[in-house]
Design a protein around this ligand. Structure first.
Ligand code: FES
Length: 575
């Protein structure tokens, strides 16, 4: 296939001058023959490999598969590392560093000789961080996810990442599980390379990659250790070279319609609430307007048909064997809920990719006549407690609690919650609404995944299994419960959440999309005047930059100065 326009990399490697000499000569210290610099497409492999990001610890191996494909197609690959974000380890929360990693990605791509890029992603925040950074550059790009771990297995029982941690921990607190058994489950939960194998944030974002068309078919679900994951990476390596030759930038794939498809897919898979924040952020980078109302309007009537934990029974390995995301997308298309004419990075349209998608297991991927839950999407709530919106995942909630009025039990921050939740004197009942403040983007900072606060042990022992919880925090995609999240504006910015006091009545009405603090306006105004902003936890360093510039959840939590595309204009050189 011939080149349709001058390659960006020729600015570095083309010609016979001093600069070309320097650019080529130093690269040749890696043992590269002359003809690798003869004008063939240069492909960056942006790798989030790290042993401290266990979900991405296998990505150097996957990069080798990509390289084979790139060479085969006549390109030349260069792998480079970027900041890796491991959800299970990073403190205070990996989300604090998503934007930082995106800046690393953007500047690494723009500053280096490459014509196209493969984004190797896996753990939760690595996917949006790389999509955001690459979108601001707008080169041809394909995201390749690392794939989920094999099903967890503990003493013959299938267990899911995260979901069973919450469940087992509640069992321990309620006296139903011995601590020795709890500890013995650790290795059984994580028994292969890969990311969380529930439909948590990592699996959701891998599905979003495929639904957006920015990844190849089956990107969502092939297990990390299945040889077919290597095949997918290999094919991505081949295809990115053609995309450079065809001059297909990310903006040709990430269209408004592609995001609409992704929102509907998220409903059908019962995807993580975190996808709301990440997709809004990615869309705004590429220049597509997307907001909370799009999520509610497009997703509200989409039933969840994938029976995966945390909402259902199965895991990602089962999902792949049942047919994977293409089967789900075909079901959506059959209902007229998908734009099928969109181009994907595969070179084929969405419709072409899903036309023959079979369903090998109708228990794992159900039909729309027999869904897991009728309301699969993310419900967006508004009211005087969340003027700019809050979200709840109905498929993870208890149906009887989705219409609920109860008195608030307020925790000023997560430390306050930990200090008092199991105090036997805490006045709290099954009807109470737990309210957690100051865990939003600026307040925590970084918007921690603490919104699914564990219930008090004394209520768990009485058999209470769910309560309404409201916060400005996020929650892990592997978690469940009647949990209202992302309340905006957040408490630390003076949002109404900051004004809630113990005993205030709160009304949650998911069907009506309302979240109301039942306190009269005069009283709220008096509280507003008396409100004292919390002292920011950091006066210098990266955290202070974060607090000054992070946008609220309804705007994707990006930094205000990063929104939008800056493309990949080749900068000046210093030689
Ligand atoms: Fe990395 Fe769940 S902790 S994907």
């Amino acid at each position: 296939m011939s080149q349709s326009r001058k390659l960006r990399s020729a600015e570095w490697f083309g010609g016979n001058g001093k600069n070309a000499f320097m650019h080529r000569s130093w690269m040749k210290n890696q043992g590269l023959p002359d003809d690798l610099f003869d004008g063939r497409p240069v492909i960056g492999i942006c790798n989030t490999w790290s042993e401290l990001t266990p979900c991405n610890a296998h990505l150097r191996g996957l990069a080798e598969h990509v390289k084979r494909g790139v060479y085969e197609a006549g390109g030349v690959p260069f792998e480079f590392p970027v900041t890796s974000l491991g959800e299970s380890n990073m403190r205070p929360t990996a989300m604090l560093f998503r934007n930082l990693a995106s800046m690393d990605v953007e500047e690494s791509i723009r500053g280096n000789p490459m014509d196209g890029v493969i984004l190797l992603v896996g753990c939760d925040k690595t996917t949006p961080a790389l999509l955001m950074g690459a979108a601001s550059c707008n080169l041809p790009a394909i995201a390749v996810s690392g794939g989920p771990m094999l099903n967890g297995n503990f003493r013959g029982q299938t267990i899911g990442s995260g979901t069973h941690v919450w469940k087992f921990y509640e069992d321990v607190k309620a006296g139903r599980m011995a601590i020795e058994d709890f500890l013995a489950a650790e290795q059984g939960q994580s028994r292969s390379a890969g990311s969380c194998m529930t439909m948590g944030t990592a699996s959701t974002m891998a599905s979003m990659v495929e639904a957006l068309g920015i990844g190849l078919p089956d990107n969502a679900a092939i297990p990390a250790v299945d040889a077919r994951r290597g095949v997918l990476a290999h094919l991505a390596g081949r295809r990115i070279v053609d995309m450079v030759r065809e001059d297909v930038p990310m903006s040709a794939i990430l269209t408004r319609e592609a995001f609409e498809n992704a929102i509907r897919v998220n409903g059908a898979i019962g995807g993580s609430t975190n996808a709301v924040i990440h997709l809004i952020a990615v869309a705004r980078r590429i220049g597509i307007p997307l907001d909370l109302d799009d999520w509610d309007r497009l997703g509200r009537d989409v039933p969840t048909i994938v029976d995966l934990m945390p909402s259902g029974r199965f895991l990602m390995e089962d999902f792949y064997y049942a047919g994977g995301l293409r089967t789900v997308m075909r079901a959506l298309a059959d209902k007229g809920l998908l734009h099928t004419g969109l181009k994907t990075v595969s070179g084929r349209t969405v419709g072409e990719l899903i036309a023959d998608a079979p369903n090998y297991n109708s228990e794992v991927i159900r039909s729309f006549d027999r869904p897991l839950t009728e309301q699969g999407g993310i419900a967006v709530l508004r009211g005087n407690l969340a003027p700019n919106g809050a979200v709840i995942k109905p498929s993870a909630a208890t149906p009887e609690l989705m219409q609920h009025r109860g008195p608030a039990v307020v925790f000023e921050n997560i430390e306050d919650y930990h200090a008092r939740i199991d105090d036997p004197n805490l006045k709290i009942g099954a009807d109470s609404i737990m309210v957690l403040k100051n865990c939003g983007p600026r307040g925590y900072p970084g918007m921690a995944e603490v919104g699914n606060m564990a219930l008090p042990a004394k209520l768990l022992k009485e058999g209470v299994s769910d309560m309404v919880r409201i916060s400005d925090a996020r929650m892990s995609g592997t978690a469940y419960g009647t949990v209202v999240l992302h309340t905006a504006p957040e408490a630390a910015s003076g949002g109404p959440l900051a004004l809630v006091r113990d005993g205030d009545m709160i009304e949650l009405d998911v069907a009506g999309r309302r979240l109301e603090l039942l306190v009269d306006e005069a009283e709220l105004e008096a509280r507003r005047r008396a409100w004292v902003p919390p002292v920011p936890p950091a006066a210098s360093g990266y955290q202070s930059l974060f607090i000054q510039h992070v946008l609220q959840a309804d705007q994707g939590c990006d930094f205000d100065f990063l929104v939008g595309r800056r493309d990949a204009t080749v900068g000046r050189h210093s030689h």
